[in-house]
Design a binder for this molecule. Structure first.
Ligand code: MG
Length: 299
């Protein structure tokens, strides 16, 4: 007899895990080109750079690579995210899965993504839960209706086509996913801006429970943020799993992170450089940094 009974599913709760595509689910060589008014290419942006790039007057984006499903198919599935999905599936989840990408041309992408989810995870990804935010048909559909009335000021007078990628993602979560009956929504994205955007409009959609998940497979961004914060300590909530990633990517144990873990268990500390150490104290993993580097706040 099991000592603990499984809680019955709450019928009022419908949850979905929604994944960004580029650099969250798949890493590709695809780039967004920036063209000047004559149509000449000024620069090429990675998907990560694209999220934060502001067009200069006269410039426009060219998504040629992103309509090319061949480039997508040659990409690699991000192992870190694959593990997250495997873990969710292994729990025997009742949740659905969806895609929320800045890419256009859903007709090209959807069949590929549906097969990918079936093949890798045995999950049936529903076509209606794949959102290509720059898809022309989708833009026309969103332009044909007004934005919800109770959005914060920054949205007033705008239409869908005038919104940034993070704002579009937030709106699809609050409007389209909620309209499909979901009230417990997890977004997985490698862009902090994309993850933060829904928080700005959350008040307009109070029925939605929202959980952002930052995808940072090598702990590159979070380690840099910790260094810049000047804080003395940061607990690692995923403990050993995060410690292994940090050892593999930011210590002299790159070739053999398990050996790094043993060193950590023996000595309680492994230095990661630039004043930051990985520590293990009373079974708890954390990052610490010494006070040599000023925080600049004069405290
Ligand atoms: Mg991305």
């Amino acid at each position: 007899m099991p000592s603990r009974l499984r809680k019955p599913a709450d019928p009022s709760r419908r949850s979905i895990h929604v994944f960004d595509l580029d650099d969250t689910l798949i890493r590709t060589e695809a780039q967004v080109r920036v063209l000047d008014e004559t149509g000449a290419e000024v620069r090429a942006l990675t998907p990560a750079e694209f999220t934060t790039y502001t067009l200069a007057p006269g410039e426009g984006f060219d998504f040629r690579d992103f309509g090319n499903v061949g480039i997508l198919a040659r990409g690699v599935v991000v192992k870190y995210t694959r593990t997250i999905i495997d873990t969710i599936v292994a729990r025997g989840t009742r949740s659905d899965f969806g895609i929320l990408t800045a890419r256009g041309d859903k007709r090209l992408h959807a069949p590929f993504l549906i097969r990918l989810f079936q093949g890798l995870f045995g999950i049936r990804l529903r076509n209606a839960l794949i959102f290509n935010l720059s898809d022309e048909r989708f833009i026309r559909h969103k332009e044909s209706r007004e934005l919800p009335p109770n959005l914060p000021e920054g949205f007033s007078g705008k239409t869908y086509a005038k919104l940034s990628v993070p704002e579009r993602k937030a709106l699809v979560i609050g409007q389209d996913l909620a309209a499909r009956g979901y009230n417990d929504i997890s977004l997985y994205d490698d862009s902090r801006e994309n993850l933060e955007a829904f928080k700005v409009i959350h008040k307009a959609f109070p029925e939605v429970a929202y959980q952002p998940h930052f995808i940072d497979p090598a702990w590159k961004v979070r380690l840099a943020e910790f260094r810049a914060s000047g804080k003395p300590r940061k607990a690692l909530t995923s403990g050993r799993r995060s410690a292994l990633i940090l050892l593999e990517n930011h210590s002299r144990y790159a070739e053999n992170p398990e050996a790094g873990l043993r060193a950590l268990e023996e000595r309680g500390e492994v230095r990661l450089g630039a004043g930051v150490s990985l520590v293990l104290e009373e079974g708890k993993y954390a990052l610490t940094q010494d006070g040599r580097r000023g925080t600049g706040d004069g405290g």
